[in-house]
Design a protein around this ligand. Structure first.
Ligand SMILES: [Zn+2]
Length: 287
């Protein structure tokens, strides 16, 4: 059964580790992430962007697929199904369809409007026990058509949003979506410490987990980050493994064209990335 992200993230915050959010795109992705979580006895959050939700034929299809897998694969670790960077309308739709967690990304609105809309989502989600992530200060880079300038979040604005009762808070600290440029300055830990001091107990979320060096990840966790989003890294690993399979001509040998064979190396590559991240985040055996 899907659970909200609240309990797993509060435990992570108290235990000084982070739960990974891994974004899904299809059945193989979902199965790879769920099996890896189960094998490593780790809690996990499945992230779905609005674009990926559309691609997978809508939120109801996603909820049906994930719930079916939890049962058929006998998954017993805590799993949250989470809308990533939801719009106001998207968050309402995802809650209605059975998501156990939603992000309402109001970071592009003026702070007053972000507060009003976040408050309303918290009220509606609360009635169904659905956890809510809010965002202050846009995350840099592009994710599914959403562009962020990569601001450093204002700690006072973070406090205003955190005090609304959000389950977890994403705050820009120089992190960006996608691949990091060579001249990237790194995470702003002073900003993170100020945000943590201003927001108290709310678990913090680090977006754009792909390519952040391990020592920065660990420092971020020590400063209050309890959820880390990984998306691009699984995509790169899947693409690389699939390309190798085709370039080696394996699809031309025997029944190598069978999608269950063709997609297997990519599936295994996702599993390897997820396991590596769970080790780095410290969530193994924390289910
Ligand atoms: Zn993000």
């Amino acid at each position: 059964m899907l659970v909200s992200a609240k309990e797993m993230l509060n435990k992570a915050r108290d235990g000084k580790y982070a739960v990974g959010q891994f974004n899904i795109n299809n059945l193989e992705w979902t199965k790879a992430i769920l099996l890896t979580a189960q094998e490593n006895n780790s809690p996990v959050i499945l992230g779905v962007s609005e674009g990926a939700g559309k691609y997978m034929c809508g939120y109801r299809t996603v909820v049906g697929m994930v719930n079916g897998m939890l049962e058929e694969l006998k998954i017993t670790v805590p799993v949250a199904l989470h809308l990533d960077h939801g719009t106001y309308e998207g968050a309402l739709k995802a809650i209605e369809a059975g998501f156990s967690s939603v992000m309402f990304d109001g970071s592009h609105y003026p702070i007053d409007e972000n507060i009003e809309k976040t408050k309303e989502i918290i009220r509606i989600a609360g009635e169904k026990g659905v956890s809510v992530e809010a965002e202050v200060g846009s995350i840099g880079g592009e994710e599914d058509g959403v562009m962020g300038a990569g601001e450093i979040a204002d700690p006072n604005e973070c406090k205003l949003i955190a005090d609304l009762g959000v389950t977890m808070l994403a705050a820009g600290i120089g992190n960006i979506h996608g691949k990091y440029p060579a001249n990237w300055k790194g995470l702003d830990f002073d900003a993170l410490a100020k945000i943590k001091a201003a927001t108290g107990n709310v678990p913090l979320v680090l977006h754009g987990g792909t390519g952040i060096p391990a020592d920065m990840i660990q420092k971020a966790i020590s400063l209050g980050v309890a959820k880390i989003n990984v998306n691009t890294e699984c995509q790169l690993a899947f693409a690389e493994a699939t390309r190798k399979y085709i370039e080696a001509g394996k699809d031309l040998q025997g029944k190598g064209f069978d999608p269950r064979k063709l997609l297997a190396p990519g599936f295994e590559a996702i599993k390897a990335v997820v396991k590596e991240k769970m080790e780095l985040f410290g969530s193994i055996n924390k289910a």
